[in-house]
Write a protein that binds this ligand. Structure first.
Ligand code: DUC
Ligand code: ZN
Ligand code: ZN
Length: 466
């Protein structure tokens, strides 16, 4: 069964071209100069639209157990919402809890996802305990399971935390088997001291979540992670959810030195602030409690992060989608900010929020596509199957309408959340059509996809290393 996407403007990391795209079954088979494609009965008119590779969100936490509750999007609701927003692949984090066998943690994520996803999915593995067995399991996951990246935490002592010795051992293992170490870079033990001191002073409002996680403790941990990866013979290192200028400086310095050090940021760190959101009156700020935290508008974080995206010191924009409802979840922290479950939900809005950066002349079209689709695929071993519009690649394609408008709000979003962290945002652009492996999931705002369409994708090693 062939399908022709006709009359659109194909955007790739190398630029913008007028091309018609021929799909056969689940694959892209050819690109044609306008008017030169063979006749097909099934044609999608893309006149006036950008034709881009389906978005890849490399950092999600669907139904993640956290902070005494569970992230409110299931794999069903979260991947459907992702599809509405132009994302056709997620990489979610399977979890090995401390004391648990790594493979059991992975099996639990396969059980949660089987038959539930609307779009394709892959896994990173969170290591909650770097033991001899866990180190051996890293080899097995890379060789057999299609899991080629492992997340460690310098934060959350007593939950996911790894000390420097454990981190170094995991990095040495990754250096040997080719995997990527992903790092939550915040100095958890120091943060915990600040949290206890704040609570003892009666500082319980959500804004103190941000004030007890200062930039210096993100920058310090980022720097330390980079040094440890250097000791592990330049083990590939990827800093997740980077939020602060000084952490970015540490990444930029390593990259200038030619190191295999990479970082992502998330939309919340590009648009939202400590004062305006986390500092909202009363308990309202809980909606924006996430870690790393939102940063001060009186510093230059937004400016620096957009610049980092242009210069490729920030390679990817992921969401760290970890939604909690306000009622019965976020409100667990009334009177004690440290009990607010950490996380923001944005999986539906990443493609739009980054397109707004194109409209605002902060990113080129090519860089938009690169940061939301192509580099995630290359970084995490999905390329060229995904992340590019090219013959042989999966037909994961989004038609994006630059003349459209997207209004974000709880009444219209598809995520399982009782509020929107982006309420009232209006984007000068709109997802028009979403295609996953040749199947139309979204067209003209209507949903044609189904639970179970999404398949597990085994990943190879990163093809982004220097
Ligand atoms: N940060 C969050 O905001 N939520 C889940 C875990 C994390 O590191
Ligand atoms: Zn994290
Ligand atoms: Zn996360």
């Amino acid at each position: 069964m062939t399908k022709l996407i006709k009359g659109g403007t194909v955007v790739s990391p190398t630029g913008v071209h007028e091309n018609d795209v021929l799909i056969d079954g689940e694959k892209i088979v050819a690109l044609y100069a306008p008017g030169t494609a063979p006749e097909t009965t099934d044609t999608i008119d893309a006149t006036g639209k950008y034709v881009i590779p389906g978005g890849i969100d490399a950092h999600t936490h669907m139904q993640m157990p956290f902070g005494g509750t569970e992230a409110s999007d299931t794999f069903d609701t979260g991947t459907r919402a992702a599809a509405f927003g132009g994302t056709t692949t997620i990489i979610d984090f399977a979890i090995q809890r401390t004391g648990e066998i790594v493979q059991d943690g992975l099996a639990a994520w396969h059980a949660k996802t089987a038959g539930e996803c609307h779009i394709d999915y892959a896994f990173h593995m969170i290591l909650g305990g770097v033991t001899e067995d866990a180190l051996k399991a890293m080899d097995q996951l890379v060789a057999d399971e299609g899991v080629s990246s492992f997340k460690l935490f310098m934060a959350y002592p007593g939950v996911f935390y790894s000390d420097d010795g454990q981190i170094l051992r995991a990095m040495q293992k990754a250096r040997d088997n080719g995997a990527m170490i992903m790092m939550h870079a915040e100095n958890g033990p120091a943060i915990d001291v600040l949290v206890q001191q704040a609570l003892a002073r009666g500082e319980t409002d959500p804004i103190f979540h941000g004030l007890t996680r200062p930039e210096a403790l993100e920058a310090e941990a980022t720097h330390r992670a980079i040094q440890l990866a250097g000791v592990a013979a330049d083990c590939p290192l990827y800093i997740v959810h980077l939020s602060a200028s000084k952490a970015l400086e540490a990444v930029a310095e390593a990259r200038d030195a030619g190191r295999n050090v990479f970082a992502e940021t998330c939309p919340q760190y590009l648009y939202l602030t400590l004062e305006d959101q986390l500092g909202a009156p009363g308990f309202e700020g809980a909606k924006w409690v996430c870690s790393t935290p939102l940063r001060s508008k009186h510093e230059n974080h937004h400016r620096d992060l957009w610049k980092g995206l242009r210069s490729n010191d920030l390679s990817i924009v992921s969401t760290d989608h970890c939604p909690f409802c306000f009622k019965d979840q976020k409100d667990m922290g009334i009177g004690d900010f440290s009990k607010i479950p950490n996380g923001i939900g944005s999986v539906e809005h990443r493609v739009d929020l980054l397109y707004q950066g194109v409209v605002d002349k902060k990113l080129s079209l090519a860089r938009w596509v690169e940061t939301i689709a192509t580099t995630p695929a290359r970084m995490f071993g999905l390329y060229p199957r995904k992340g590019i519009i090219a013959p042989g690649s999966d037909a994961d394609i989004v038609l994006y309408d630059p003349a459209g408008t997207t209004r974000i709000g709880v009444d219209t979003h598809h995520m399982n959340m009782d509020y929107s962290a982006w309420e009232g945002y209006e984007i000068a652009g709109k997802v028009d059509t979403v295609i996953s492996r040749g199947t139309v999931l979204v067209r003209n705002g209507e949903y044609h996809g189904r639970k179970g369409h999404g398949q597990y994708v085994k990943r190879g090693l990163s093809t982004y290393l220097v």
